[in-house]
Write a protein of this length. Structure first.
Length: 206
């Protein structure tokens, strides 16, 4: 699914670049304002590539835009006229903006990845610290349960406690097995982690 989405995004970017280039080619050179507008449209695929694919995607797209727009610039070259210089500066701007946004996007993703790893590490540490005393509590409850008859209220109460402790233990195992952060909406507008989807383990407690 992810690879399909990536291909669709790449296709959209290629389509935009080709359409904008086609507008340049098939529009009369006399319509100068139209060409200025079409030139600015190149920023759309450049920004999308930076946002969707980071620096690598932005760099490739900016190079492609340069290669498709540069021949048009050379074909309509007017011996370093103001229009020529404007087009050349625009090409430079294409590359600066695309690669700058791509760099910022990669840095943002890196920060998000660091936060994700920190949260997963913290969840694993908390689960590890809770697991030992919880195991002791279950074992102690089971030993205490042996002192009562199976039909007594105390036995049934301890059975309920043991069952709840095992459910907590199962939840702790899921927290320890968290590999990705999947979020879900909670009360109101708050967002919390979906432990079931984030965990690599399924409930195997009995």
């Amino acid at each position: 699914m992810e690879s399909t989405n990536q291909r669709i995004k790449a296709t959209i970017i290629v389509f935009l670049v080709l359409v904008i280039t086609g507008l340049h080619i098939f529009t009369s050179q006399e319509k100068e304002l139209s060409h200025v507008f079409y030139r600015e449209l190149y920023f759309l695929p450049l920004i999308l590539s930076a946002f969707w694919f980071g620096l690598r995607g932005a760099f490739i797209t900016s190079i492609c835009v340069t290669f498709v727009f540069l021949p048009y610039t050379m074909f309509h070259w007017q011996s370093f006229s103001p229009n020529d210089l404007d087009r050349l500066l625009e090409i430079i701007l294409f590359n600066v903006v695309a690669n700058g946004l791509g760099f910022l996007r990669d840095r943002e993703k890196a920060v998000e990845e660091e936060k994700r790893k920190a949260i997963i590490a913290m969840a694993g540490a908390v689960a590890h610290e809770m697991n030992t005393p919880l195991f002791s509590a279950i074992a102690s409850s089971q030993l205490l349960q042996e002192d009562f008859n199976s039909d007594s209220d105390a036995y049934n109460d301890l059975q309920l406690i043991i069952r709840n402790l095992k459910e907590i233990s199962s939840m702790i195992k899921k927290i320890a097995a968290i590999e990705n952060l999947e979020m879900k909406t909670y009360v109101g507008n708050s967002v919390i982690m979906d432990i079931e989807k984030s965990s690599a383990k399924q409930d195997t407690s009995s």
